[in-house]
Ligand binder design. Sequence first.
Ligand SMILES: [Zn+2]
Length: 169
Amino acid sequence: MKWVNHKLVAGATGLALTHSIAFTSVAILFATIPDAVELHNYRTNTSIFKHRGNSHNPLVWLAFFTLAYAVLWFRFPAISASLYPVAHFININPDQDQLITDACWGALWGIVAHLATDAMTPGGIPVWKGKRWTLHWFYTGSQTEYAVAFAIAIASGLIIYISHQIIVL
Ligand SMILES: [Zn+2]
């Protein structure tokens, strides 16, 4: 999937899910990380790491986020599932606690959205021992890809709109 569509999907779904600007911004920022970490050289058209190799393996990312969480847990012994003590440690107010919590989960969402949408293309994503998972819905950069990304954004917009109506009522 093209970067613009990765960012569109991660941002729109993130906002619909959480209504959090912090969550959404970080999700958009992380939405292209699985491709970016391959360190592609556009001049020579080569990558340091194989395209859609371990950079796109959900198990690798699960391990990464578990490790990151574990490091936080040891560094900040009182850490809870909401990551509250991270905010507490640097002594900021409750609103900022929520901001940091949202930002941390937004990073995870950006990665999840990237892998999920790459899995919709024939190339798919690696899962286990060379096996790949693909839904074969559309080719990267095709009109269908743009249509799917746009449809997800519209659906997310509707969810945001409707939920705001409910909150107002
Ligand atoms: Zn990718």
